[in-house]
Design a protein around this ligand. Structure first.
Ligand code: GRF
Length: 199
């Protein structure tokens, strides 16, 4: 069975959705370690209460690559096959990305390449788009940029505000992330340029 390593910084609802699918047997994987760069992340508490290995590796005041080396060491010590960023609010160093080629996934709450960066749901709402959604993609050295594995579309309703839109996008994130993890773990895909082709 393949080992997942989850990196998070906050609430952890995507982590919980992944953990639920693992626990129910719908995702054939093992969560080997959950790492947070913030001690106060609710997600890390949730990992502990599920009996999962949870580790805080504080990033504050640390040089980026030094912190990344500590994180990579913890992931390797737990034989992690696939790294899943789940609300990890920290840019990764090129060094870290190179350690795990095509083995780091991220979820972004917009239809990339639209609205990368912070507060993507608000960006989309303020822009006035009629549809938004979420994207699960491989992580490369640029922010919110790597090849796209799964996207889910969410309509923007006339009565929406940025919060109601974000809540509906989040529901789709929880579906999209395990779907993408399943695709990658089963290895039934190839990456051709920017395109992820399912086999
Ligand atoms: C999600 O909206 C995700 O798309 C973004 O950060 C948020 C994390 O939420 N990258 P949670 O911590 O998984 O609840």
């Amino acid at each position: 069975m393949k080992n997942l390593g989850i990196l998070l910084s906050g609430r952890g609802s995507n982590f919980e959705a992944i953990a639920d699918k693992v626990e129910s047997g719908k995702l054939n994987a093992n969560i080997a370690i959950v790492i947070s760069n913030r001690a106060d992340a609710p997600g890390i508490e949730s990992a502990r209460s599920r009996g999962l290995k949870a580790q805080v590796i504080p990033s504050k005041g640390k040089v980026r690559e030094e912190h990344d080396r500590d994180v990579a060491a913890a992931l390797c010590a737990h034989r992690v096959d696939l790294v899943c960023l789940a609300g990890y609010m920290r840019l990764l160093s090129p060094w870290f990305v190179q350690q795990f080629p095509n083995r780091i996934l991220n979820i972004h709450p917009a239809l990339l390449p639209a609205f990368p960066g912070l507060e993507a749901q608000k960006q989309a709402f303020d822009y006035g788009v009629k549809v938004s959604g979420c994207t699960v993609h491989f992580v490369d050295e640029n922010l919110d940029h790597g090849a796209i594995i799964v996207q889910k579309v969410v309509p923007v309703l006339d009565g929406d505000d940025e919060h109601s839109l974000a809540a509906r996008i989040l529901e789709q994130e929880h579906i999209a992330y395990t779907e993408a993890i399943g695709i990658v773990l089963e290895g039934k895909f190839s990456v051709e340029g920017r395109r992820v082709i399912l086999r």
